[in-house]
Design a protein around this ligand. Structure first.
Ligand code: PGA
Length: 252
């Protein structure tokens, strides 16, 4: 049985190297716990090397995006090769906070291809913007899945992972996160949509994780919904809360 997946999305935090070092020190105290999960840390780019240096014994490196660049010089950008050489093994692609900056489905598709070509696992984010109780978001999710990964080959699709992140639940608190029952329904729906596209056997191999206000208080229940793990934002910035979430991920 594959390990549950836990991804720390540090976004644009912390503000200083010193704080990043303190956080890494806290995490490393629990390295035996973290070794039991497939842990990835996605820090701001200036901290890639310090994270690589301090946490390789219990985690792998992830990036918060991957550039889809043509050959040539691109001031202000980094290349997939640089990420790869720093040890990045997974890239978060199509996060809603990047889409809010103008990233389009076409760019996301291109980034997925770049990641696959570079040997980096694309973690593709999808999710509806508004909270919906009528079930209309299911159709939106189906369209999004089709649009973002529908034309991948069977061998490519086996190398991707999906993060279901309802945009309305991101960056809030556990009270405002998704209800476990609703997540169970949505995960079933996503798996069915994947099976319709790629067949049940392939669909079952695609890891689907959840992100959006996962905190110690809701992590155990959310983990019982059929998901493979979590993409954690704000609660990954405190050693204690991230440790509790890692325990929850293992509790299933
Ligand atoms: P959050 O962020 O846990 O702070 O809601 C999750 C994410 O944006 O990936």
């Amino acid at each position: 049985m594959a390990k549950p997946i836990l991804i720390a999305n540090w976004k644009n935090h912390p503000n200083s190297l010193k704080e990043a070092q303190t956080l890494l020190k806290d995490l490393s105290k629990k390295r035996l716990l973290y070794k039991k999960v497939a842990l990835f840390i996605a820090p701001p780019e200036p901290f890639l090397s310090i994270v690589a240096e301090k946490s390789t014994s219990f985690s792998q490196l992830a990036s918060q995006d991957i550039p889809a660049l043509s050959k040539g010089s691109h001031t202000g950008e980094i290349t997939p090769e640089i990420l790869k050489n720093f040890g990045v093994r997974l890239s978060i692609i199509g996060h809603s906070e990047r889409r809010a900056l103008g990233e389009t489905p076409a760019q996301i598709r291109e980034k997925v291809r770049v990641a696959l070509r570079s040997g980096v696992t694309p973690l593709i984010c999808l999710g509806e913007k508004e909270k919906d109780v009528e079930g209309e978001h299911f159709e939106l999710l189906r369209q999004e899945i089709r649009s973002l990964i529908g034309d991948l080959s069977k061998s490519e699709i086996k190398k991707v992972a999906l993060a279901y992140e309802p945009v309305w639940a991101i960056g809030k608190s556990a009270d405002e996160a998704i209800e476990p029952n609703d997540l169970t329904q949505t995960v079933l729906f996503i798996k069915k949509a994947l099976a319709d596209l790629f067949g049940r056997a392939v669909a079952d191999e695609i890891p689907v994780i959840y992100g959006g206000s996962v905190e110690p208080i809701n992590a155990v229940e959310l983990m019982k919904t059929g998901i493979r793990g979590f993409l954690v934002g704000h609660a990954s910035l405190k050693g204690k809360s991230f440790e509790a979430i890692a325990q929850a991920v293992l509790s299933k």
